[in-house]
Design a protein around this ligand. Structure first.
Ligand code: CDP
Ligand code: CDP
Length: 213
């Protein structure tokens, strides 16, 4: 029997991957996991416990014990946590400690949608459909700037653009599961697309993969 439909959505910060993953999840009636939240939870737990965010031993001990139910999503979306998440995400012990939960989620009977940085390359290399969502750094910074303003965080566009460039470099440059498109991923540049246009393009890409298998 064919396995469920697994859709992997990867891409850099504020490329629109979460928005597209949610739309795909609604369209296909599949459960959705935002894997960035797992790294954000580890970062939050490190900061709450007063650890230095660069301490790999503290991060390794925390990763196995943190409870997902202990965090409200709203407390994980801030600018500081995004930055801290990318620091702990470069630690091999943190990455390996989060693999099982992600693979269990993907293994649900009907399938699932997961978004992150390494879904198509490491977590679900067998996914039927893989999207790699991109947009220019300037477009991504403008999107994130608007989002953070909505949360009441005051930051300049230039400051957020610098954050995004630093996070891109860290996520792409790490040796363990760097941000990169899987060989069989379809690249979707959303720079000039509205959410509606990007969602229609994403569904068309998944449909081609679904009917091809
Ligand atoms: O929403 P945004 O793209 O800004 O961030 P996120 O997806 O919540 O991810 C926060 C950080 O977690 C990223 O900068 C990555 O360093 C890390 N991450 C990762 O390494 N692997 C994943 N599958 C998901 C997130
Ligand atoms: O998950 P990721 O960090 O990649 O980005 P997101 O949270 O899905 O999207 C960032 C923001 O860009 C959201 O406020 C979207 O409404 C907006 N946006 C988009 O996602 N796609 C477009 N084509 C245009 C705007």
């Amino acid at each position: 029997a064919p396995a469920g439909l697994v859709i992997a959505v990867d891409g850099p910060a504020a490329s629109g991957k979460g928005t597209l993953a949610r739309r795909l999840s609604a369209h296909y009636g599949l459960p959705y996991l935002d894997t960035g939240l797992l790294y954000r939870m580890v970062a939050r737990a490190m900061l709450d416990a007063g650890h230095d965010i660069r301490d790999p031993d503290a991060a390794a001990s925390l990763v196995s014990i943190f409870e997902e139910s202990a965090f409200a999503e709203d407390t994980l979306r801030g600018r500081e946590i995004g930055e801290a998440a990318s620091v702990v995400a470069a630690m091999p012990a943190v990455r390996s400690g989060l693999i099982a939960r992600q693979r269990q989620f993907a293994a649900q009977a009907g399938g699932a949608v997961l978004d992150g940085r390494d879904i198509g390359t490491v977590i679900c290399p067998q996914a039927q459909a893989k999207l790699f969502v991109t947009a220019t750094p300037e477009v991504r910074a403008a999107r994130r700037h608007k989002e953070l303003a909505g949360r009441g965080e005051t930051a300049t566009f230039e400051g957020i653009l610098a954050d995004i460039r630093r996070r891109d470099a860290r996520d792409s440059g790490r040796s363990d599961a760097p941000l990169k498109a899987a060989d069989d991923a379809v690249i979707l540049d959303t720079s000039a697309l509205t959410v509606e246009e990007a969602a229609a393009a994403a569904i068309a890409i998944v449909e081609r993969r679904r009917t091809a298998r």
